[in-house]
Each structure stands twice: as C-alpha cells, then as structure tokens.
Design a protein around this ligand. Structure first.
Ligand SMILES: C[S@@+](CC[C@H](N)C(=O)[O-])C[C@H]1O[C@@H](n2cnc3c(N)ncnc32)[C@H](O)[C@@H]1O
Length: 438
C-alpha cells in the first residue's frame, strides 16, 4: 500500500517488487503490526523499538508463539538509538508517535531518520495535527486538572461524567466547538484506559504539517503523499470550491496547509521519501490488483468524506468482475475490457478508495470453495484463539495482499466454529491465504 501511495506521487518503491526489504517500526507498541507483517513477508526483516518494557515483552511473546525469527523487538528510548545497532531500513513507520514526544526526542528521531533510512527509502508518519485538534486543547487541560485521584482511569471516568453533564445542559463551549463535543462523545464510547493514555501523555502536542515537513526535510525526506488514499484526490475529498483552491496552489506544502484548514484535519498519515528513482510506469502497470471481498459482496458505492460515490456502472463493474477470479494487472484489465490503460488506471484508483479493490503484494488465482479446510498459517491459527480486535473487526494476516484482513465478528465465529460459511467467502479466504484445503 505504501508503494502505491508513492506511485500516486510519482515515486518508485525503495526495493524492486518481490525483493527483500527491511522495515523499522519506531514506537511499535506491542509489536502486533510488525509480527503480522513478518508472517506475511518471511523473507524480509522487521525491527521494532519501544520504550515500554511491557509492550516489548508482549511482542516478543507473540513472535515466539508463532515461531517467527525475522522480527526483533528492541526495548529503549529513541534518544539512545545509536546504541541499538539498527539496520538501514527501506520502510520506517511511526504511528501515533510524532505528536506524543518531547522536542528533544523528535530531534533525536530526525537524526535517526537521516542516518538509518536507506536511499530512496520511505517513512510513514501518522500523527495528531492542527487545526483539527486546536478546539479540543482546553478539553485536555480540563481532564488534566479536574479529578486528582491516584487512579488515572478513575479520574478519566469522573471527568467524563462531569463534562457530559455540562454538555447535556447546553454548555456553550461544546455548542461553539462541535469538534470538542464530538471528541467527548468519542471518548465516552472508548476504553477509559485508551482515553487516559491519550490525555495524560506528558508531551501531547499536535503537530502542524508545515513543522513536520520541515523536521523531515532536515533528515533528507520529502513529502510524497497521504496514506489516507482519498486525500490524494482533492476533488473527491473536499467540497468543489475548496478543492479548486487547493488544486490552484502549486507549492505542495502550502497546498497541504490549505487542505488542513479546508478539512479541519485532526489526524494525518503522511508518506515521506528520501531521493530515489521516479516511478516506472511500465512496471506499475504490471502490478497485481485484487478484491479483498467476494465479488458478490463488493459494494456499488464508495464512502467519501462528503457523501458516497456511485461505482455501480462501467468500467467499474467489469473491473470488479474481472478481479473476481484472481488478481489482474492494469495491462491485463485493459486487454480484457478493451479499454485504454489510462482509463483502467483511473478507474482502479477510484475503486481503491473503497478498500475492496487493493494493490496486492503477490498475484492470486480465484478458486472454488474447498470441501474441508484448515486455517492456513501459524499466525492466523494463533489469532483465531487470541483475537486482536479493532472496532468490531478481528485482524488476520492475508499474505497475498501484503497486509492484514479485517474480518467482522460473525465471520470470525464462522472460522472458529467451522460453521457453514457461504461458498464464495470460503473461496475468497483461500485466495487471501486465510484458509487452505485440508
Ligand atoms: C500512541 S503509542 C503508538 C503505538 C503503535 N505505533 C500503534 O500505532 O499502535 C506510542 C508508543 O511510542 C512509545 N514511545 C513513546 N516515547 C518513546 C521514546 N522516547 N522512545 C521509544 N518509544 C517511545 C510508547 O511506549 C508507545 O508504545
């Protein structure tokens, strides 16, 4: 997916497709992401760094439980990175880190990135940003100061109760700052431990894109695009008048500043890159594209920030149908549809915004539902017994996609109890490497 975001920005991947790469996750938490990726790319090397010994312990236990030897978790502070013996990395991820650390730690990370990102390498950064978080800053202060008990989680619960009473009675702060009101509702629904973690972090400081881009420029990294795919298409992500204003601004950094004010952005997922090769269009057009869901279940509309986009007509329908029996490249799709490659590439870009059509790491063939089956890989067998859930979905490794597959809970139950699953779904799960014929 990162390679695809880079392609949208006109950049080649840091290593040839299918070649081994090194991936560094800085602030990897319990390492779940890199353990999953290590299972998906057994020929590649994954290294995580985190300060919290409990996180690192959990990650090491998970890697050991699923017998992975290509993932290493390092316990330590970014400030000490020179002591860690970090490899040069082709991909570096920092998710939920940049806006949670001190200026001194950010400066150490800039040095790390300057030194340890390979030429042409990518850095993914997901962080709280401005102006979206500005209206909520007083809310955080209120949480820090209202309840003073020794238990942070109980303090959160008490403060939430008080603020919700205020909001219910029509407190003007919430009336005049709907973003803060929505955030309070979000926090009320969330696990209070997560909320405590979000609020009580000592260095919480949302970072404006401009200052992030300046920091990363000092490490020799340029902005390439957004890992929120739709944000690479202002005409689909913003109201028409605002999209025109963003599109008219030729300086990319200034355009991003306009975009964040147009959308009141609260969280950014940016991809930066060291200088490297431009995209080879011929290679891009040979990359495999696939469907993550059975073709019969692929939705005819795509959610956008301001509504839904109808993709029920042509050429979208024919592309979905063609992907129903396995991945196809843009070249193959153009031949099958008798359409120009550019038209297919444009349609694929639109379909990818719905997460059903996605760039795959490896080609697949569609197949029939097996009569008898088993869960395909050790990591997925482990995740069936110890599910990692996110918003009602359980995460599994789907090796051909190069990424994870989020299964809704009823599907998880089907896998666990070996209940009758629709044949089309079994066939898709075989294609995605989740199950294999027994
Ligand atoms: C908000 S969590 C994000 C975890 C993970 N990347 C994710 O997205 O789920 C931030 C992580 O950064 C780690 N961290 C914070 N400051 C650090 C530092 N100075 N050195 C190393 N790790 C740090 C924390 O222990 C925590 O696990």
């Amino acid at each position: 997916m990162l390679d695809y975001v880079a392609a949208l920005g006109g950049r080649a991947p840091p290593v040839g497709r299918g070649e081994a790469f090194t991936y560094l996750d800085l602030g990897c938490g319990d390492g779940f992401t890199i353990v999953l990726l290590a299972a998906i790319y057994p020929e590649c090397r994954f290294v995580g760094v985190d300060l919290d010994p409990r996180h690192v312990e959990r990650g090491r236990a998970l890697a050991a439980a699923v017998s992975l030897s290509n993932v290493t978790l390092i316990e330590g502070d970014f400030a000490d990175w020179r002591r860690f013996d970090l490899p040069q990395a082709h991909y570096v991820a920092l998710h939920g880190v940049w806006a949670w650390i001190s200026d001194a730690t950010r400066a150490a990370l800039v040095e790390l990135l300057a030194d340890r990102v390979a030429p042409g390498g990518f850095v993914y950064l997901g962080y709280n940003t401005l102006p979206g978080w500005a209206a909520a800053a007083p809310l955080r202060r209120f949480f820090l100061e209202w309840a003073q008990g020794s238990d942070a989680v109980a303090n959160v619960a008490e403060t939430l109760r008080k603020l919700r009473e205020m909001k219910a009675q029509g407190a003007e702060y919430f009336v005049q700052n709907p973003v803060a009101a929505a955030l309070l509702d979000d926090w009320a629904k969330n696990d209070p431990r997560y909320v405590a973690h979000e609020i009580f972090s000592p260095h919480w400081s949302p970072q404006a894109f401009d200052s992030v881009a300046s920091d990363l420029a000092r490490a020799g990294l340029d902005w390439v695009g957004s890992a929120d795919l739709v944000k690479n298409f202002p005409q689909l992500a913003l109201k028409p008048g605002l999209a025109a204003l963003v599109a008219a601004e030729k300086d990319r950094r200034r355009a991003e500043r306009l975009r964040d004010f147009a959308a009141n952005t609260r969280f950014r997922r940016d991809l930066f890159a060291k200088p490297g090769a431009p995209l080879d269009m011929a290679e891009f057009e040979m990359r495999p594209w696939g469907l993550r869901v059975p073709v019969e279940e692929a939705a005819p509309t795509i959610p956008l920030p301001n509504g839904r986009l109808d993709v029920s007509g042509e050429p979208f329908r024919s592309i979905r149908r063609a992907l129903g029996d396995g991945t196809k490249s843009i070249v193959e799709l153009a031949r099958l549809l008798g359409a120009p490659k550019q038209a297919v590439a444009d349609a694929i870009q639109v379909l990818s915004l719905g997460w059903q059509v996605a760039p795959f790491a490896r080609p697949t063939k569609g197949g029939a539902a097996p009569r008898a089956w088993r869960i395909a890989t050790p990591v997925n067998r482990h995740l069936l017994d110890h599910p990692v859930e996110q918003g009602g979905f359980a995460l599994f490794a789907a090796p051909p996609t190069g990424s994870a597959l989020a299964l809704p809970k009823p599907a998880l139950e089907m896998l666990r109890k070996k209940e009758e699953a629709p044949k089309r779904r079994l066939a898709k799960w075989v294609e995605l490497g989740l199950i294999a014929p027994a």
